[in-house]
Write a protein that binds this ligand. Sequence first.
Ligand SMILES: Nc1nc2c(ncn2[C@@H]2O[C@H](COP(=O)(O)OP(=O)(O)O)[C@@H](O)[C@H]2O)c(=O)[nH]1
Ligand SMILES: [Mg+2]
Length: 393
Amino acid sequence: MPANLPPEALAAWERYLEAKTTQEKIRCLQEYISLIPHHKGVEKELRSAKIRLAKLKEELAKERARAKGTGERWLVPKEHDAQVTIIGMPNSGKSNLLNALVDAEASKVADYPFTTTKPEVGVMDLDGALIQIVDLPAIIEGSSEGLNNGTRVLTAIRNSDGSVLVVDLADDPITQLKIVFNELKKANIRLNMRTPPVKIQKTGAGGIQILDAHYFTEEKNLIKEILNDRGIINAVVTFYGPVNLEEFLDAVNEQSVSRKPCVLVANKGDVQGSLAKFNQLNEFVKANNYPFQKVIGVSATSRKGIETLKMEIFRSLDIIRVYTRDSRNEVAQRPLVLKKGAHTVKDAVEMVSKKFLKTFRFARVWGTSVKFDGERVGLDHELADRDQIRIYA
Ligand SMILES: Nc1nc2c(ncn2[C@@H]2O[C@H](COP(=O)(O)OP(=O)(O)O)[C@@H](O)[C@H]2O)c(=O)[nH]1
Ligand SMILES: [Mg+2]
C-alpha cells in the first residue's frame, strides 16, 4: 500500500477494499485512480491499479455473460390460466398496451423503435381468470428468417395460448397487418385457423386411398402427388368437410404447423385521422378474407377500448369461469378456470379434486348452460362461462 498519497485517494482505496460486488469494486478503483497525483513516486502504484481495473472489467463481462445464459428468459414460463403474447411492428404501442391491459408499469415505454429487447410480462385479471400477458420484441419484415431475434420471438408465439396482433393507426395499419401476418405464415403460425377437416393415416399397403374426395376443392390427383412427393406411398386420406390446397398441405405438415387464436387490435385511436384508417383497415380485412371477425379499436394511452379488448382476449382463448357452491350453497369467491376443450362437469369436478370423480353422484348447475336454475346434470354436461356448480359426491 503506497504511503505518499493524498487522504481522499486513501479513502477511495479503503472503499475499494470493502466493496462487495465487481461493479462496486470497479467504481471505487476508478475513483482511486483519478485521485492519484501524477508524479514519479507513485507511477508504479498507478500502473498496478490500472491492471487491477482491467482485470475487474473482464470479470464483470464474464459475470454478465453468465447471467445472460441463465437469466434472459425468452420462453416465458407459463403461469396462471393462459398465456397471451402481444405481437406487432416496432412502435405500434405493444409495451403501452401491456401496461394498459395489466394496469401496471411493468414495461418501459419509449419514443423510439426497438425498445423491447426481451419479453416483458404482466398479469391481467378478468374477473378471476388470470391471463399472463407477454410483450415481445417487434416483428419486422424478415423475422421469419431470424431478423430482430425473429427465431426466439416466433418460438415464444408458438409456445403461447394466443396473441394480440397490434397495428398502428398513426402509421399504415394495413401494411403492418400484411407484414406481420405474412411473417407468421412463413413461420407456419396460423392465426384463427381451424384444424382442416381431413385425416391422413399412413398404412402398410394399398396405395393412397381417399374417402369423401369431393370435399377437396382442387384436382384430386394432387393428393397422391403431394403425398408421394413426401415419400408417403400408402395412406388413407379421409375428408370430413371442405379442404383447400393450403389446408391440405398444412395437414400433411401437421407437426410443424401451429394454430393460435388471435385478436386484431388497432392502436392509437386517439390520433387525428385514425378513424378513417380504422375504417379502411376494417374493409381491407373483410375484402381480403383475413381471419378476423372484427378489428378492436383502442387507445392504449387514453385506455379507450381496453375493456372491450380484455373481453375479446378472454373470448378468443375459449376458457370459462365456473363458480362452485358449497354444501350451504355459498358461492366461491374465485372461479375454477376451465381450459379450452375441457368445459364439462367432469373437467370441473377433476379440477376440484380427482377423488370426487370416484364418488360423484350428480351436480346441480345455475347459469346459461341449463334450462332452469339448479338443474341436475351428469359428468358429460357442458358448462358455460359464469355458471355455478354444486357437486354431490
Ligand atoms: N397517441 C398515442 N400514442 C401511443 C399510443 N400507444 C403508444 N403510443 C406511442 O407510441 C410509441 C411507441 O409505444 P411503445 O408502447 O413503446 O411501442 P412498442 O414499440 O410497440 O412497444 C410511444 O411514443 C408511445 O407513447 C396510443 O394509444 N396513442
Ligand atoms: Mg415495446
